[in-house]
Write a protein that binds this ligand. Structure first.
Ligand code: RB5
Length: 144
């Protein structure tokens, strides 16, 4: 079975962790679409949340991972889109539950708050955990 395509985007605060996670995803056999940023020069995180929203809307990737310094700003920006359910997580349990209960389609990690090994754990769990549906679907339907 071919692996999913995962879109990545960050601002400068999340750039290093994005690059690390990109290599990790490629090692695991995923296809990766990198939406930027492409260095540590200061940029505005909403622009990269917008790029993620467009990529998912157009079906360029099935799921996404966003990064900024804390993960907070880019989460707020991404969740303004109705088709995005972005979950800022700091541990593998939250990464599992945001899939099982919230059907999150975007994982968000903080480049200045989350270490590389924790980030890798979160990524692996996020990508391998299915949505449970059932009562959780009913709740998600209420978002709109
Ligand atoms: C950029 O300095 C920083 O504010 C940004 O990466 C993020 O942490 C915002 O929430």
């Amino acid at each position: 079975m071919s692996k999913k395509t995962i879109a990545l985007a960050s601002d400068h605060g999340g750039y290093d962790l994005k690059e690390t996670c990109k290599l990790f995803l490629l090692e695991m056999g995923y296809d990766v679409v990198d939406l930027g940023t492409d260095g540590t020069a200061s940029v505005d995180y909403p622009d990269f949340a917008d790029a993620m929203a467009t990529a998912l809307k157009e079906g360029i990737a099935e799921q996404g991972v966003l990064f900024c310094g804390t993960g907070i700003g880019i989460s707020i920006a991404a969740n303004r889109y109705a088709h995005i359910r972005a979950a800022l997580v700091h541990d593998a349990l939250s990464a599992r539950l945001c899939r099982e209960h919230n059907d999150a389609n975007v994982l968000v990690l903080g480049g200045r708050t989350t270490g590389v090994e924790v980030a890798k754990d979160c990524l692996k769990v996020f990508l391998n955990t299915p949505f449970e549906g059932g009562r959780h679907q009913k709740r998600i339907d209420k978002f709109s």
